[in-house]
Design a protein around this ligand. Structure first.
Ligand code: ADP
Ligand code: MG
Length: 260
């Protein structure tokens, strides 16, 4: 058990979990049904020498998980994500996936099933949003918040990351400076840096479409239960997914051409 110190600094970067705090060089977070599985994963990553994730230190006297605090900036603005940073993010995801090798891909202990219909080939993070990536000196070097981790496909994790970072979004839902962004070029850059094989590149946009449908339904279901998901839904999360899917339909051929 890790002693609880008195000085707690609230961390408000995320939308979902209330009560995330920093205490010295540690972070304390409420536990959930998947916490034991996440801790096993983080310990596996530590053994594999993967430096881009927090270490597990245990559970504190208040029953919260204790993780190492990773210094830097999370929630970077998309306008500041250069091509080099995007490539760095692709390599971070690739290194993470490679470091999960040997970790069991059974669904026991994880909440929810694989997000893809294909057989799982990796233990995915599944939520690599800007809030969940830590930058230092302009470079992404670590990922946090493994609450949605589960066995899935590498491609699903790639698609989710691109949804947020390319981004695969209707221009009205992007920062003004990014409305004319060449999204296809960003998809390609990311896939090249990750090393996404040709068969996966051909399926990437199809999986993006499936992901939009599923995340719409899943989020609507969670929002119905109230809490922070309901706030996100009321803030237009569902409409943004619908607009992104419609934008993808219109631009699919042009985006696909960059990938294959
Ligand atoms: N290990 C960590 N190191 C540094 N910052 C962290 C760490 N864990 C959480 N944070 C900060 O707290 C915020 C919210 O934590 P997170 O685990 O992502 O919760 P949520 O489920 O609400 O998204 C993050 O966006 C980040 O700014
Ligand atoms: Mg988060």
């Amino acid at each position: 058990m890790v002693a609880t110190l008195l000085h707690e600094i609230p961390l408000e970067g995320g939308d979902v979990t209330d009560g995330v705090v920093r205490v010295g060089d540690t972070v304390r977070r409420p536990v959930s049904a998947s916490t034991p599985a996440v801790h096993a994963l983080l310990r596996h990553l530590e053994v594999m020498g993967f430096a881009g994730a927090p270490r597990v230190l245990g559970v504190d006297g208040l029953g919260r998980e204790v993780l190492t605090y990773l210094p830097g900036v999370s929630g970077v603005r998309l306008e500041s994500v250069t091509d080099e940073a995007l490539e760095g993010l692709a390599r971070l995801l690739r290194d993470y996936h490679d470091a999960t090798a040997g970790f069991p891909l059974t669904l026991d202990g994880w909440e929810g099933g694989s997000n893809d219909d294909r057989a799982p080939d990796v233990l995915g993070h599944c939520d690599l949003t800007p809030d969940n990536v830590i930058f230092r000196a302009g470079r992404p070097y670590a990922m946090i918040d493994f609450d949605l981790a589960r066995p899935t496909t590498r491609l699903f994790d790639v698609v989710t990351t691109l949804r947020h970072w390319a981004p695969i979004a209707d221009p009205v839902d992007r920062p003004p400076l990014l409305r004319n962004l060449d999204v296809g070029a960003r998809l390609r850059l990311f896939c090249d840096a990750y090393g996404v094989p040709p068969r996966d590149r051909r399926r990437l946009l199809e999986l993006a479409r499936l992901r939009f449908q599923r995340s719409y339904t899943v989020m609507r279901g969670r929002a119905a239960a109230g809490g922070n998901w309901a706030k996100m839904w009321a803030g237009g999360a569902g409409e943004r997914i619908r607009r992104a899917a419609a934008w993808l339909d219109v631009h699919e051929d042009e985006l696909h051409a960059h990938l294959v």
